[in-house]
Structures are given as structure tokens and as C-alpha cells.
Design a binder for this molecule. Structure first.
Ligand code: HEC
Length: 101
């Protein structure tokens, strides 16, 4: 019974907190995004607003884990040595496009 109560509480907590990047700050993420010129390649590739990378029809990222993975991969491109916290900030920022739960 105790276990069941705990599980129910956990579910409730999860539902209340749909944000997958709770320790990230979207504004800080945006600052990092600009600092590392993240959209330079995206814009060149797509020939348009770089942000359309995140809303294109066949976009790749479809889960918070994949978003973090992609941030890591792309930050390697620019030699940015992101901390785990930076990744959370960028996740929070980019999730304005992805709206992942
Ligand atoms: C050297 C070029 C380059 C730079 C700089 C770059 N990216 Fe990317 N990014 C790419 C390419 C290429 C793709 C497309 C990958 C694919 O389609 O397989 C991509 C895709 C992405 C996606 C996934 C889009 C999708 O399909 O859902 C995210 C998120 C992303 N980049 C984040 C970043 C962030 C954050 C930074 C800055 C730290 C950054 N990128 C800098 C080249 C770059």
C-alpha cells in the first residue's frame, strides 16, 4: 500500500511538472545559443532562418534525450565545451520550438 501511494505521488508530481528541463533557464540558453553562433550552419544549410531547423517537417529530435544528444553533437562542431548545466539551459531554450514533455 505504501508503495502504491508513493507511485501515485510520483505520477502526480510528474504530471504537474511537464517541463523536461527543470534546471534549465531558457533565457540563459538563448544567450549561449547566440554566443556559440549555433544558427550559423543551420541557416546556411536551410537557406533561411536557422531556427526553421527546429520546426522542419522531418526534424530528428523527438524526445528530451535526443535533444540533449543533438546539442552535444552540435556543440562539438563549434568546439563549445558545454557543461551539463549549459545543456539544460539550451534544452530549455530549444524546447520553445520542440515543446517536448
Ligand atoms: C558546424 C555546423 C553546425 C553548428 C555550428 C551547429 N549545428 Fe546544429 N545542426 C547541424 C546540422 C548539419 C544539423 C542537421 C543534422 C541532421 O539533419 O542530421 C543540425 C541539427 C541540429 C538540431 C536538430 C534539429 C532537428 O532535426 O530536430 C539541433 C537541436 C541543433 N542542431 C542544435 C544546435 C546547437 C544548440 C548548436 C550550438 C551549440 C548548433 N546546433 C550548432 C550543424 C550545426
Amino acid at each position: 500500500m505504501k508503495l502504491l501511494t508513493t507511485l501515485l505521488l510520483l505520477c502526480a508530481a510528474n504530471a504537474a511538472q511537464a517541463n523536461p528541463f527543470p534546471t534549465g533557464n531558457a533565457q540563459t540558453g538563448k544567450a549561449l545559443f547566440d554566443k556559440y553562433n549555433c544558427n550559423s550552419c543551420h541557416a546556411a544549410m536551410l537557406g533561411s532562418d536557422g531556427n526553421s531547423m527546429f520546426t522542419r517537417e522531418n526534424r530528428k529530435v523527438n524526445s528530451p534525450d535526443k535533444l540533449i544528444e543533438q546539442i552535444k553533437q552540435c556543440s562539438g562542431n563549434v568546439g563549445a565545451n558545454l557543461t551539463k548545466q549549459d545543456e539544460q539551459h539550451l534544452g530549455a531554450y530549444l524546447n520553445q520550438y520542440y515543446k517536448l514533455k
